[in-house]
Write a protein that binds this ligand. Structure first.
Ligand SMILES: [Zn+2]
Length: 279
């Protein structure tokens, strides 16, 4: 039976300074410089205007620092999933530390919203084949899906699947849901998020979404709150890292609005439930 095709907006809920530098995480700046709440409110307003739903991968430490964020997202009918606690790369954690980050974030979100996350995304696409042990821990902790394997060169696995699939392994079903990319002669391009989403012509992004939809696959976009904050603060980073982390100064909001007008967006959890029902 063919599936109804919807698309997904995912938001990694973190602040402007949650960028992994070669030296690791940067110290938390003073509270007065935090920008995550106004940026999040802007994204929620855009979604609400077009009656669309999204999945928010919440960083546990951010939820803990501002306990109003997760309830605000939940009250608007969106899904809260987990982005870990500290934003340390999965490759820098031991399996036990990874498990503890999941559990801590889950406890915070449960206490604030009463909802348990069923999806996970690693900081900076850092769950790779080298950290494959993490999948068994996600299953053990009752997760239904992961959205960490990006089919891109450098930050992910350029030969990886561009469409959702069930990960091999013992135990319950665990879906892998990769973000949208566009195939090109120089390799896959990040049209689904980050600098690519704001940099490539808008028609290229739409063409990528529609190409997947024609094959009955969802397009999964990804966004950070800092990307709708044109004049927000930026870390001093090497030029390439700065571009990849912050892109150009372009505001992603107008593009998001237009996409919400053109396509229908649901949460990853809804989509996974739909697949489980059909299969
Ligand atoms: Zn992140």
């Amino acid at each position: 039976m063919p599936l109804l095709t919807h698309n997904i907006l995912t938001v990694d809920v973190e602040d402007w300074y949650h960028v992994c530098t070669p030296e690791g995480a940067v110290p938390v700046p003073p509270r007065g410089s935090w920008r995550v709440r106004p940026n999040l409110e802007r994204i929620l307003t855009l979604l609400d205007e077009q009656r669309q739903k999204a999945t928010f991968f919440m960083l546990g430490s951010v939820a803990e620092s501002d306990p109003a964020l997760a309830p605000m997202i939940c009250a608007a009918g969106h899904e809260i999933a987990s982005h870990g606690y500290s934003h340390r790369l999965v490759s820098a954690l031991t399996p036990q530390q990874f498990r503890e980050e999941l559990q801590l974030t889950e406890r915070i979100i449960m206490a604030q919203t009463g909802q348990r996350p069923v999806g996970y995304r690693a900081p900076q696409w850092s769950l790779t084949e080298q950290t494959g042990w993490a999948f068994a821990i996600l299953r053990e902790q009752g997760y239904l899906y992961d959205s960490s394997l990006n089919p891109l060169p450098f930050v992910g696995n350029s030969g990886g699947s561009r469409t959702p699939y069930i990960l091999e392994g013992e135990g319950d079903v665990l879906w892998e849901i990769p973000p949208l990319v566009t195939r090109s002669w120089i390799g896959n391009l990040p049209t689904g998020g980050g600098w690519g989403f704001r940099f490539f012509p808008f028609r290229t992004v739409c063409a990528a979404i529609e190409a997947l939809n024609r094959e009955d696959h969802p397009a999964v976009l990804y966004l950070h709150p800092r990307e709708v904050d044109r004049d927000g603060p930026r870390l001093e980073l090497p030029a390439l890292k700065r571009f990849v982390s912050y892109g150009t100064r372009t505001d992603a909001a107008p593009r998001l609005s237009e996409l919400f007008r053109r396509y229908r967006f649901i949460t990853l959890k809804e989509m996974v439930y739909e697949w489980q029902h059909v299969s």
